[in-house]
Design a protein around this ligand. Structure first.
Ligand code: UDP
Ligand code: MG
Length: 319
């Protein structure tokens, strides 16, 4: 029977944890009783270097019921690293793992459908928000804008999916092959490429405590996403360089003609030359940026492929 681990990153969550832990346990128990998952399934909390009583609470929960489990990071490493630590730990014991935030903004009942999709052969099931009715206009506008911009720039991320997702053990093993330290899981997981599907759910308000993602952290994550997935910003600089060079040269030709005809003063020639020169410099910076960008992707040593199915005759393999 499928062993499921719910992987839950926690940073200073002493308010949310006591409320969400029993709800998560109810869900786990109901799945175990229904025979959907095995009794070795666990709720795995990852304490991401909290400064409050989060780890004490996790330890107490574990003492009461072994279905609660936990790992304690040595210091705060951010949600992305905390989730990876949880997934890699869970992959040692589980067949499937689902990452979900401790504030239960993501509807925990979507787990049933995720499991069904897993059982029918999916390695990755993305939780996708139905609509952002409960988000403020600002949050909705910036968040949805981010998905559109990053996709336009060539990063393949699933629209309105954040970190609520199921991954099979082999998908987590594949994720572990990505050795980069600037993690943006939403961008990496679709790169794995195993069979995937989506499950829709309604996003709720935080059950307790405050968001650990102030605007500054959100912008940093968005920037991380763009720079870890694409070289488009460099390409924009390069194209702008070409544009300014052409504009400057055209301006130069026009102003020299006008100067010879005695219509325009020499200052316009100087100005056009300046535009052309800055264009050439920007273009050159763009080209250097291209090389740096390519080197950047090379040093990540990302895996080049994963084989999802194979019909080769393993027994006849030559040593
Ligand atoms: N989190 C974490 N480390 C951090 C920041 C956040 O593990 O440095 C966890 C946090 O405890 C929560 C999840 O990441 O379980 C999402 O954070 P939050 O709900 O505050 O983000 P929001 O939903 O407001 O974007
Ligand atoms: Mg939240």
């Amino acid at each position: 029977m499928t062993v499921l681990y719910l992987v839950i990153p926690c940073y200073n969550e002493q308010e949310a944890l006591p409320v969400s832990a029993p709800r998560l346990m109810d869900k786990l128990n109901s799945l175990i009783s229904a025979g959907a998952i095995g009794d070795e399934s666990r709720i795995l909390f990852v304490n991401d270097g909290s400064h409050d009583k989060t780890w004490e609470i996790i330890t107490q929960l574990h003492d009461k019921d072994k279905h609660y489990s936990g790992v304690n990071l040595s210091r705060n490493r951010g949600q992305q690293n905390a989730m990876l630590a949880g997934l890699e730990t869970a992959a040692r014991f589980a067949d499937a793992m689902i990452t979900v935030d401790v504030d239960l903004q993501d509807d925990i009942n979507a787990v049933d459908e995720m499991l069904e999709k897993y059982e029918s052969g999916c390695d990755i099931v993305y939780g996708v928000r139905n609509a952002r009715k409960k988000d403020s206009f600002f949050k909705r506008f910036t968040a949805e804008g981010f998905y559109k911009v990053i996709n336009k720039m060539g990063g393949e991320i699933i629209f309105n999916h954040s970190e609520y997702r199921l991954m099979s053990r082999r998908a987590v093993k594949a994720l572990s092959e990505y050795k980069e330290c600037n993690l943006f899981l939403r961008g990496l997981v679709p790169m794995i490429g195993y069979k995937s599907d989506v499950v829709f759910y309604e996003r709720e308000k935080r059950i307790a405590g405050e968001s650990k993602y102030p605007l500054k952290k959100m912008l940093a994550l968005a920037y991380e996403g763009i720079t870890s997935l694409t070289l488009t910003p460099i390409k924009i600089i390069r194209s702008a360089g070409v544009l300014f060079t052409l504009l400057g040269l055209a301006g130069l030709a026009a102003t020299i003609t006008l100067y010879c005809l005695g219509i325009a003063g020499s200052v316009w020639i100087l100005l056009s030359a300046l535009v052309a020169m800055s264009g050439i410099i920007e273009f050159s910076v763009g080209i250097v940026g291209d090389y740096v960008g390519k080197t950047y992707f090379e040093v990540k040593h990302r895996p080049r492929y994963f084989i999802s199915e194979s019909l080769v005759d393993e027994e006849n393999e030559r040593s």
